[in-house]
Write a protein that binds this ligand. Sequence first.
Ligand SMILES: NC(=O)c1ccc[n+]([C@@H]2O[C@H](COP(=O)([O-])OP(=O)(O)OC[C@H]3O[C@@H](n4cnc5c(N)ncnc54)[C@H](O)[C@@H]3O)[C@@H](O)[C@H]2O)c1
Length: 332
Amino acid sequence: MILVTGGAGYIGSHNVLALIEKGYDVVIFDNLELGHIETVGTLKNIDSKGKVVDFIQGDLQNFDDINSVFKKYKIDAVIHFAAYSQVGESVKDPQKYYFNNVYGTLNLLRAMLENDVKRIVFSSTAATYGEPVYVPIDEKHPQNPINTYGRTKLMIENILDDYDRAYGLKSVRLRYFNVAGADSKTRVGEWHEPETHLIPNILKSTFGGSKKFQMFGTDYDTKDGTCVRDYINVEDLAKAHIFALDYLEKGGETNYFNLGTTEGNSVKEVFKACEDVTGKEIPVDIMPRREGDPATLIADNTKAKNELGWTPEKTLSDSVKTAYAWESIRSI
Ligand SMILES: NC(=O)c1ccc[n+]([C@@H]2O[C@H](COP(=O)([O-])OP(=O)(O)OC[C@H]3O[C@@H](n4cnc5c(N)ncnc54)[C@H](O)[C@@H]3O)[C@@H](O)[C@H]2O)c1
């Protein structure tokens, strides 16, 4: 049985689908503060071919909530998505982030140790690297996060190293770049409130209203002058978690991997992909550069390819197509 914290959220729900497809029993743990009961309903109703898909509502900040899951089920490994992840909010209210992300994870790890569960796949982020010293960013790149959110994730990575040294708890930390897209069968998709990510916001704007977007900086040293980011498809991302789980099940040591495509798409390319998929013109105002936006942020994914055997397959266009199909259903 795999415990998925945050399984009612965006990335967690796609991972639950991938786990079900691989024949795992799954228990989702989520407080539904940011996740959705509708998503849980969808996941519980998937034909899981006799495998268990259960849901426990609880909060990681409450030790008894999470400990009771380990008492109820025989958990083999944990995939840990539950966290707050809005950069701006993390800077305005760091206490909220340190309690939920760091203290919540400490409770989870305590429950794992008390119940002798020693394998965890953890959602880390490219935000742990901070300003790029070089690109593509590989795993040896210094980790100097420039905001509270990134610091909470780096703290957890350090805690996981200590817990391996002291207690033999093995972890795989997956550092995601920009996650995009939805399930290709449109069962689940990206559903953040408020939505802070560019692609869903552009797509949402095409369903009525007349939102105008701002493009910050067209004079960067990139292919078309706009910032380049690495968009990794959420289904590709989910597959990487299955590989990470497999790696740990086979006795793999604590490790960490970048999850990105290494390709990188510019802001202009993102708008163009959205226009191509929706067939609508997206109005944009060109603005000066924004402080603190690096020109290019892309992953070197060689390590995940070589050591996990994972290769991302989907393009930006694939992600925009599935995200649009998902938004189309939600807008009805
Ligand atoms: N979306 C991205 O592009 C991206 C990039 C890098 C890393 N990440 C990381 O991936 C993970 C998932 O991100 P997401 O976009 O799916 O976020 P999300 O908000 O959609 O999902 C997070 C889920 O965790 C739950 N949760 C939060 N705190 C909880 C708590 N204390 N107890 C129980 N449940 C709790 C929420 O209700 C939600 O369902 C996060 O850890 C995030 O930091 C996301």
